[in-house]
Design a protein around this ligand. Structure first.
Ligand code: CA
Ligand code: CA
Length: 191
């Protein structure tokens, strides 16, 4: 008997829909961040644009830092990051379980994706959300205990700057979860 298109029945179906939905949302957000970084809208992100983006969130790049961020992902070696290079960088970093992928540009992009009002900070809740979906519960509890006593001592409570975010994300290395594991973690917050 031919089967009709049906509502999802199993946890795997729901997880796969959730995964698809999450991917679409992520892609839209990624486009928003690319457009923001590409401030002259020529389809390429260059050093000057990265420097300006970092300044906007209160972070002055060290000499050569933005050149390195580009060089790490510049597959056609033109000195700029185009959209395909941008997406491929994001995919590589998000699915990296070795911790070996260069993360200079990725950390900035991940931060900007969550700083949705371009205020230069993300909330502690937003950070928790990133960590939970990317690293799972065990890492989250362990690492936040290590990090937040120090952060609180500096008077940092609710708002996290890019510099703090970078320090934190550099301190915790993957094991990152796969997309499917991430989707399932969202479905089953206890598991
Ligand atoms: Ca540009
Ligand atoms: Ca390029």
């Amino acid at each position: 008997m031919p089967s009709r298109q049906q509502a999802p029945q199993t946890t795997a179906d729901v997880a796969s829909l959730r995964e698809e939905w999450q991917k679409q949302k992520e892609m839209a957000n990624l486009k928003r961040v690319f457009a923001m970084l590409d401030s002259d809208s020529n389809g390429l992100i260059g050093e000057k644009e990265l420097n300006r983006a970092l300044l906007r969130i209160g972070c002055r790049a060290k000499p050569g830092e933005t050149a390195d961020m580009i060089w790490e992902v510049d597959e056609n070696c033109d000195g700029f990051v185009d959209w395909p290079e941008f997406v491929s960088m994001f995919d590589r970093c998000i699915s990296d379980t070795t911790g070996l992928e260069p993360r200079g540009l990725f950390q900035l992009v991940e931060f900007l994706m969550h700083d949705s009002n371009n205020g230069g900070t993300i909330s502690r809740d937003e950070l928790m959300e990133i960590l939970y979906s990317r690293f799972g519960k065990d890492q989250l509890l362990k690492k936040t205990r290590e990090f937040f006593p120090k952060a609180a001592a500096n008077g940092v409570e609710a708002a996290i700057t890019f510099v703090e975010f970078k320090r934190f994300m550099t301190a915790i290395k993957p094991k990152r979860k796969t997309n499917r594991e991430r989707a399932q973690a969202v479905l089953k917050p206890g598991g």
